[in-house]
Structure formats: structure tokens, C-alpha cells
Design a protein around this ligand. Structure first.
Ligand code: FNR
Length: 356
């Protein structure tokens, strides 16, 4: 309910072109719609008489011990959507104990984003999302910036070998950041001038060898974001990934893939507990988090809801989104007879329309 209200408020506050940039997806927006709808296809089968007065919903993630099971997925260009931009998002995430995944495509430099988070909570975990560049020196320079800023993990987005075709943006002619905004992390990198959206590196030539190089070069844990095929999840672990995000980029890349949630069970089975599996796409309520955790996720990310909170109310809006999701999840866990996240098991999720 809170999320829906903030979405409506954000829609009113935003320039319609910017609203469409956030709300929209690729192609006919089939995947965008299905990510949310997928949660309607799964139901919880609670266990009874085994709960407790106190519940512990914290989760240990790479570079983020004791984190909230809800983390902030990377979304681009926050200063376009609210004047306080990424720093407001960072302060809100830190205050709510949520990992912030800050992006390559940030309108605030990563050092300032981390400083904002740590100003609120000295132990705040900020991960850096990286679009790997085919020229390794560019990737290395970005990684150094993230390391020097104090990020505690890298999240390599692997579902973007090419820029997604966002139907609404193409219709609206939204291809460049307006004057006064820039992709600040790209500033002064070798051969990558800031400014245009398309200057964010994306290349189909990036390979597992580039991942190997990255894992060798950095002491930070490296997670992969955008894995849907179980064979890729297995490869990710073999190549040293510290975690895998099941994600279809919120329906913004290939518009013919399954809902993220539908890909989760097979990926979780392939990873077999060796590293944490995370999920993002369509998470809008506490019970969605419970379903994802029961199907094998250690934590979930939220993208658009955080942006709506930011656009509607700035830092307090983001806090409201993260707190509402965490509290709703805690309540659902209680209703399912759980004391901790691992009490939600696969047998407690059934397909709608039949139990067994
Ligand atoms: C994104 N997402 C994204 N992902 C990424 O790895 N790097 C990025 O720069 C962005 N930018 C971005 C901008 C906007 C406006 C949106 C909506 C999304 C994808 C994001 O991390 C996440 O996968 C989805 O947003 C999750 O889906 P929901 O929660 O929005 O349904």
C-alpha cells in the first residue's frame, strides 16, 4: 500500500519523460509485467506452532554481515529524479541496514555515495555495480575508484551485452542526460567522456576471461548480476563469483525471457548453496520476499520502488519503502511459523491452483 502510494506520488512529481524512463521496459514490456505477475503464481504454505516472539531476519552477505534481506538494486541517474540524488538513497539505505548497490551510471561519484552512507552508519555496506568494459584499463580504473571509495563488493552486470531498447525512451526521444547531469563515475576515464547515456560501457565482446581478470585483480568479492540460465550460475561459481543475482534487469533488456522468480529455483539448485543467490525483479511486498527466500534466495533487491520513494519524498521516502518491505516480510515470516529466514523452505511454496 505504502509502495503504491509513493509510486502515485512519484508519477505526479516527475517529468513524464523521466517517469517513463524509470517505469518502462524493453520491447512490448512483457517481461516487465511478468516479473510482478509471477509472484501471483506462487503461494505460501505456512507451518504452524513453531514460531517465536523474536525473529532474526538478518543475512550475512559478501562484504555485508548482518544485512537486511532487502537490498537496493542499482538504478541509474538519481539526481535526475530528486535533487538529493544518490546521497539521499545512500543515507536511507544505511539507516535501514540495507546494502546499497550503487551503479556505474550514477549521477554522483561513488566516493560521495559511500561517504553519505557511512555518515549515517559507519558500518554501512555499499557495493559497486560495474558494467565491464571491453577495454580492461577502463574497467580497472572503475574498480579502483570503487575500492578507494570503500565499497565492500563488486556486482558485475552481465545481462547487458548491448544497451536495452526501451520503447518509451525511444518514443520520447530520451537518449541523453540533460545539461547539468553526468555519469560521474565515468569522468576522466581513459577514452570515456561523460554525458550521454550511451557512454556507459556495454559490449557483447565481454567474456568469462574478463571476469577471471577481474577476480584476480581485486580483493573484493565479485557477484554476477543478470544470470538466468542454471549453466551460467554453475560457471559463475567455477569462475570465482561470490554470489549470483537472478535478474532480467527489471524487464529492460531481452523482452522474451522468463520472469526472474521463475528462473530462481533452477539457479538455486545449480548453485547448491556454494554462494548466496539473490533475486530482483517485481518484488513489491513482504510476502514476495518470503516466496523468493523459500525458493532459494538469500536476499532480494528492489529497483523501481526505491526510485519512486526517492522521487516522491527524497531520503524519507526511500526509508519508508525499505522499512515497509522489511516489516511486512517479518510479519509474513511470523505468519509462516518462522523465526529466521532459513525456516522458509521450498516445500512451503506451492503453485496457485493446486498444492501438490
Ligand atoms: C535499472 N537496473 C539497472 N541494473 C544495473 O545493473 N545497472 C544499472 O545501471 C541499472 N539501471 C536501472 C535504471 C532503472 C531506472 C531501473 C528501473 C532499473 C536494473 C535494476 O538493478 C534491477 O535489476 C531491477 O530494477 C529490478 O526490478 P524492479 O525491482 O524494478 O522490478
Amino acid at each position: 500500500m505504502i509502495l503504491r502510494d509513493l509510486h502515485a506520488k512519484a508519477r505526479q512529481a516527475l517529468d513524464p519523460v523521466h517517469y517513463d524512463y524509470v517505469a518502462g521496459g524493453a520491447g512490448d514490456e512483457r517481461v516487465l509485467a511478468d516479473n510482478e505477475r509471477a509472484f501471483d503464481r506462487y503461494l505460501l504454505l505456512p507451518r504452524v506452532l513453531r514460531g517465536g516472539e523474536r525473529r532474526d531476519t538478518a543475512v550475512d552477505l559478501p562484504g555485508a554481515p548482518g544485512a537486511s534481506p532487502v537490498l537496493v538494486a542499482p538504478t541509474a541517474f538519481h539526481r535526475l529524479l530528486h535533487p538529493d540524488g544518490e546521497e539521499a538513497t545512500a543515507r536511507a539505505a544505511a539507516a535501514e541496514g540495507a546494502v546499497l548497490v550503487t551503479g556505474t551510471a550514477s549521477t554522483t561519484a561513488v566516493a560521495r555515495v559511500v561517504a553519505a552512507a557511512r555518515g549515517r552508519d559507519r558500518a554501512a555496506a555499499v557495493w559497486f555495480q560495474l558494467y565491464p568494459h571491453p577495454r580492461r584499463e577502463v574497467t580497472h580504473a572503475l574498480v579502483r575508484r570503487a575500492e578507494e571509495a570503500g565499497c565492500t563488493a563488486l556486482v558485475v552486470t552481465v545481462d547487458s551485452p548491448a544497451f536495452g531498447r526501451h520503447t518509451r525512451d525511444l518514443r520520447n526521444g530520451f537518449t541523453d542526460l540533460p545539461p547539468g547531469h553526468a555519469a560521474e563515475n565515468m569522468r576522466d576515464l581513459p577514452g570515456a567522456p561523460p554525458g550521454a547515456l550511451t557512454d556507459i560501457p556495454m559490449s557483447p565482446a565481454v567474456s568469462w576471461a574478463d571476469l577471471d581478470d577481474l577476480v584476480r585483480r581485486t580483493a573484493l568479492p565479485v557477484l554476477l548480476k543478470g544470470v538466468l540460465h542454471p549453466a551460467d550460475a554453475r560457471l559463475a561459481v567455477e569462475h570465482g563469483a561470490a554470489g549470483v543475482f537472478v535478474s532480467n534487469h527489471g524487464g529492460r533488456q531481452c523482452d522474451a525471457v522468463p520472469a526472474a522468480l521463475d528462473c530462481l529455483p533452477a539457479v538455486a539448485a545449480a548453485v547448491a548453496g556454494r554462494v548466496p543467490v539473490l533475486l530482483d525483479g517485481g518484488v513489491r511486498r513482504g510476502s514476495d520476499i518470503a516466496v523468493a527466500l523459500a525458493l532459494g534466495a538469500s536476499a532480494v533487491g528492489v529497483g523501481r520502488p526505491v526510485v519512486w520513494g526517492l522521487a516522491a519524498e527524497g531520503e524519507p521516502g526511500v526509508r519508508r519503502v525499505l522499512a515497509a518491505l522489511r516489516e511486512e516480510y517479518d510479519h509474513t515470516l511470523a505468519l509462516c511459523g518462522g523465526r529466521r529466514n532459513t525456516d522458509l523452505t521450498r516445500d512451503m511454496v506451492v503453485r496457485k491452483g493446486g498444492t501438490w
